[in-house]
Write a protein that binds this ligand. Sequence first.
Ligand SMILES: [Zn+2]
Ligand SMILES: [Zn+2]
Length: 187
Amino acid sequence: MAGEGTILLEWMGEAPMEGDLLERVRQQVETTFAIPTRVAAVNGSPADSLDPRRGQHSSTRILRWILTTLPPGVAKVLGITDVDLCIPVLTFVFGEAQVDGPAAVVSTARLRLTYDGRPASARLVEARLLKECLHELGHTFGLVHCPDVTCVMSRSNSVLDVDQKRAGFCRDCRQRLRALTEERDDP
Ligand SMILES: [Zn+2]
Ligand SMILES: [Zn+2]
């Protein structure tokens, strides 16, 4: 899968960037999409994303802000944050993406906890983060939600759903992804 530019994983969390974790996720994102992928720490943060009433951040506002930071030559930018994300109709979201657009955001906040609220192991957090990164990037390439619960494009409402899926696309989604990226390369 070729395509112009690179995928940029942008750390925008409040805590310092975990270099090893992001580097391992980067390698796997690069392998999965076969597009050069790099990691960077973002400069600044959106001023208007915190909802003080909920104590959570609007994923939609973060997305809008990420778009204003898009460097040249970058095909997709995925912001990775540690703040808890929400949209008006849901108590939280793991992430949000523009379907067939350049930007997406993922939060590690809920991925760090087990279903009953204890800290999850580093290995589990990494596996979940990778899945959510592939999921949101899949959306940016034009993929929609998949009915196969083991496919990374299936919708996740809880960490149990995330743990149930594989860190990869089902056959249908892989074919669709190939078709979508080829369309783009070959107008
Ligand atoms: Zn989704
Ligand atoms: Zn699928």
